[in-house]
Design a protein around this ligand. Sequence first.
Ligand code: ATP
Ligand code: MG
Length: 565
Amino acid sequence: MTDSLPDSNLNSSLKPGIKEMQPLIAESLPLQGCHLIEASAGTGKTYNITRIYLRLLLEEKLDVKNILVMTFTRAATEELRGRIAREIRNALDKWGHFDKNDTFFAALTEKFTIEDVNPVLHNALLHLDEASIFTIHSFCKRVLSQQAFSSGVDFNVQMETDTAEIELEAVRDWYRTLAYKHKADEGFTNDYQLLIQYWPAPDNFRKAFSDLLSSTTPVQANTPESIQADFQQQKSECLQHLQAHQSFVFEVLIDSHKEKFARTDEWQVLMNWLNSDFFELSEISSQTMPKEAAAVFNGNRYGRKPADIKQQLLDLFAPVKQLKEDAAEIEKQIEKSRSYQIAAQGIDFIRRKISQAKQRARVMNYDDLINQLAAAAAKENNLTQLIKEQYPVALVDEFQDTDPQQYAILKAVYQSSKNAATDDSTPGALYMIGDPKQAIYAFRSGDVFTYLAARDDADKQWLMDTNWRSSSNMVNAYNRLFYGASLPSENESGTAQDVFGFDIQYIPVKAADKADKTPLTFAAGSAANKQIRSNAALQLIYFPFNEDYRSGRSKKEEMTQNFCS
Ligand SMILES: Nc1ncnc2c1ncn2[C@@H]1O[C@H](COP(=O)(O)OP(=O)(O)OP(=O)(O)O)[C@@H](O)[C@H]1O
Ligand SMILES: [Mg+2]
C-alpha cells in the first residue's frame, strides 16, 4: 500500500462524472454559480467553509446577515459559528505574517492590506451572533415569517413538533368512513376487510405510513394487473433463457441419464408451465410451479458434476429458481397489492384531513414548514428572488442529508437563472458540501438520490482528497476497506469494487501526515481508554451471520440498533 496515491492511475479508474471533479482550491474557487463539493470525512469541508466565508466578507463585501450557512442540527450550526469566529480572529491576528506555505492567505494578503481588512472583519465578529447560520428548519421558518406576503403562507400559526395525535385522529376518521359503509345484511365492505387484514387498527396504519403521511409526494401502489404482467414477463424471459441453453441441459442432465424419458417429460412440464398464461392457471387455482417441473433444476442432479459444469448449471438455473420462489408468493403479493391500493387511497384522504385539522388548530410541524416553503417557491411569485436578494450566497454543509423538498427550495432560489421562465439576474452562489457515502442509510431522511441529482445539476464539481485528521495508517486502512480492492499503485492499476452501491464511487484520500506527529494511542485494557476507543476514527464491528434471522428480533438488528443509538 502506498501513502501517496499516483494520481494518473487513480483518475483512469474513475467514472466519467467523477473525472470532471477538480481539486478544490479555496483561494481561487469562483464566488458565483452552483458548486458541489464532495469530500470524505476529515478532508476539510468545514475548514474550507470558513475560508470561503472569509473571502465572501472581503471580496464580495457581504454582511454576515447575507451569507446563508446551513446545516442539519443545531449543534452543528453552533460549531460552524465557532469555527468561523476562530478563522476571522486568526486572520486579524496574523494578517501579514501567515505561514509561508499557506497559499490561501498569501493570495488574500496580495489583494488586501490590514487597513482594508480590519474594519470588515471586526464588524463581522461584532455581529456574528446575527449571522445567518441556520438549521434548514430555522431557515424555512424565518423565510416564511419574513416573506409571509410573497409565500402566501399564514404564519400566524404555532410550531408543534408533535402532531401525532392529529395524524392518528385523521387515520381513525378514515377507518370509520370505510367501516360505516357496510350494509347491515352484508357486513363490512371488502375494502375495510382488505385494510384490517394488514393494519388491524388505525395506529398500525399510522406507524406503517408515517413518512408518507407527512409528505406531499403522490402515492402510487402497484396494481394487481401490473404485478401479474411483471410475473408473466418474468416467466417468458425464463422460457427464452432455458430454450437458448436447452442443448447444454440435455447433454449434461438428460440424454446420457438412465431415466432419460422421465427427465424429458419433466423438461416438457417445465416448458409448458413457463408458457402458460396467468389466467389459465388461476382456473387451476394456483400459480405454484409443478413438482415435476422443479425437478429439472434440483441441485441433487448435478451436485457431483465437475466444478465448472456445476457452476454453469447453477448460473443457468438461477433465474428459474428465483421464479419458483416468486410463483409461490405471487398470489399473496396480488392479494397484498389490493390492500395497498386501498391504503394509497386512504393516504390521500388522511393527508387532506390532517391538513384541514392543522389549519383549524393553527399548528404546523417541521415537515409542513419545508413542504410549504417548497410549494411556495415552486409557484410563480417573487419569493425566490426575494430570498436570493436577502441571501445571495448559501453554503450547505452535510449536504448529503438534504431531502428532495429541501433541495427543491435551494434549486428554485439558486438555479433560477437556468430557468428561462424567470428573468432573475441577481448574481448568486450556492455551495453544496457533503459526502454521499454518509447518506446511504437515508439517515435523518436524507436522500442519496437527491445528492446525486444535485451533483448533476451543479455547474462545477469540486473534490477534496486529503485527510487532515487521521494518521496515514488509518487513512490507508479505510482507503483499502472502502475501495474494496488493492489500491492502484505504480505497477498495478487496481479496480474499485462497488462497495456502496447507488453509483457512489469511493475516491481514495491521501494522508496529510499531520496526525502522524501526534498519534492517538492507548494501552489495551486501561479504563481511561474506553472513552478514547469510542472516539476512534474508524471502528470495525463484527456481525455474526450464522444465526437464524427468522426467529424473533435478529441479533444483527439489535446490534445495529445499539450501534446507532
Ligand atoms: N487544508 C488544510 N490544512 C491544514 N489543516 C486542515 C486542512 N483542512 C482541514 N484541516 C484540519 O483537519 C481537521 C478536519 O477538518 P474538518 O473538520 O474541516 O473536516 P470535515 O471534512 O468537515 O470533517 P467531517 O466529515 O467530520 O465534517 C481539522 O482539524 C482542520 O483544522
Ligand atoms: Mg465538517
